[in-house]
Design a protein around this ligand. Structure first.
Ligand code: OAD
Length: 342
């Protein structure tokens, strides 16, 4: 088991930041910073999305639902769970607020996130300081003719779990996809400039809430220059974090670790205030309840299981119907004349 973080780790990081040794902080984030908002991550055993999807026997592999190839072929599967991956009216977490506080103090060089939930911006991180390398739900377009699709129609489709179709005047009827990056698609433009270069320029790198399992994002921490402190805030060690002598690992829940770090920095009150403001500012109307979100995810996966069973039995039924039809047709064909062996 990994050793718990000591209070000296928080003080060491606080000293690096407070004494202005660091002014170009790069934060690399993943699903773990949004779990406390109510969006389950992907790979945590039992609660992660992939563990839940693993029970779907007819899905070739859990990640298939986020593969472009699979999406083109069976978009209804993606849309069956889209509603419970979309952030709707979820509140940013205190970890997101910490990023906004770094920006407010002019310390933030860039947040590079794999998340598509937009909660960094919701917490108040300026848009030019966020690079969402896997895209976002903000816009969408037809995968055939690339025509943008209206937001209100997209929201309707997501809420109802139906596949939106292109509305372009030439009636292309292509499938509409949110501008998120699926497996098999190129990353969002700018990865080199807004992610790789920023890490190279960084004088402090935070890695928060990611398993570092997906490339090329997973490679980013290794681009930090020698001697630059890399701070991991995660439930467990990931990648090569902890291997360099200047690395620091705060192992635990992001929100708790961020609070302890803010305390060491003397920022705790300011952080809590900024978070409260962000929640009030961002959540308009009915706020989405995080726990209810998880219950809805389980229900969506049950529905998906039903859809996959049904489509398999339809294709099995279709296959045996065709076989019967063929046998009957062959039986009705006139018999060929017997060959005279002589
Ligand atoms: P993962 O689910 O792979 O990893 C989340 C990490 O965060 C794990 O190490 C968890 O232990 C940790 N974690 C979860 N909740 C936490 C919390 N409250 N506090 C601290 N740590 C926590 O998610 P990502 O690394 O973001 O891509 O996954 C990367 C990509 O894989 C995603 O962008 C997505 C997925 O397939 C696509 O869909 C293209």
């Amino acid at each position: 088991m990994d050793a718990p973080s000591t209070s000296s780790s928080y003080d060491t990081i606080a000293n690096i930041i407070r004494d202005s040794h660091a002014t170009r902080v790069v934060v690399l984030t993943g699903a773990g910073i949004s779990t406390s908002a109510g969006i389950p991550d992907f790979r945590t055993p039992s609660t992660g999305l992939y563990a839940k999807l693993a029970r779907l026997k007819h899905l070739p592999y859990p990640e298939a639902i986020f593969s472009y190839h699979y999406f083109k072929h069976s978009p209804e599967l993606f849309y069956a769970i889209a509603d419970v991956r979309h952030p709707h009216n979820l509140k940013p977490t205190i970890s997101h607020a910490f990023l906004a506080l770094l920006a407010k103090k002019n310390l933030l060089h860039m947040v590079v996130t794999q998340n598509i939930d937009g909660l960094e911006s919701a917490a108040g991180v300026p848009p030019e300081k966020v690079f969402a390398c896997h895209g976002s739900w903000d816009t969408q377009r037809c995968i055939t003719c690339k025509e943008p699709f209206p937001d209100d129609r997209m929201k309707e489709a997501i809420t109802q779990g139906i596949v939106p179709r292109c509305l372009a005047t030439d009636a292309c009827d292509g499938i509409v996809k949110p501008d998120i990056v699926l497996f098999g698609e190129p990353l969002r433009e700018g990865f080199e400039e807004k992610a790789e270069h920023k890490v190279v320029e960084a004088d402090l790198v935070f890695v928060m809430g990611t398993s570092l399992k997906v490339h090329p994002f997973a490679n980013l921490p290794s681009l930090a220059c020698a001697g630059v402190p890399r701070v991991l805030i995660n439930r467990e060690k990931v990648g090569d974090l902890g291997n360099r002598k200047e690395d620091l690992c705060l192992l635990g829940n992001c929100d708790e670790e961020v609070r302890k770090l803010a305390d060491a920095l003397g920022w705790k009150k300011e952080l809590e205030k900024l978070w409260e403001e962000a929640k009030t500012e961002h959540v308009k109307g009915n706020e989405t309840d995080g726990e209810e979100y998880t219950v809805r995810l389980d229900a969506a996966i049950d529905k998906l299981a039903g859809m996959l069973d049904e489509s398999l039995s339809i294709s099995k039924g279709h296959k045996s119907m065709l076989e019967r039809h063929l046998t009957e047709k062959l039986a009705r064909l006139p018999k060929p004349p017997e060959r005279d062996e002589k």
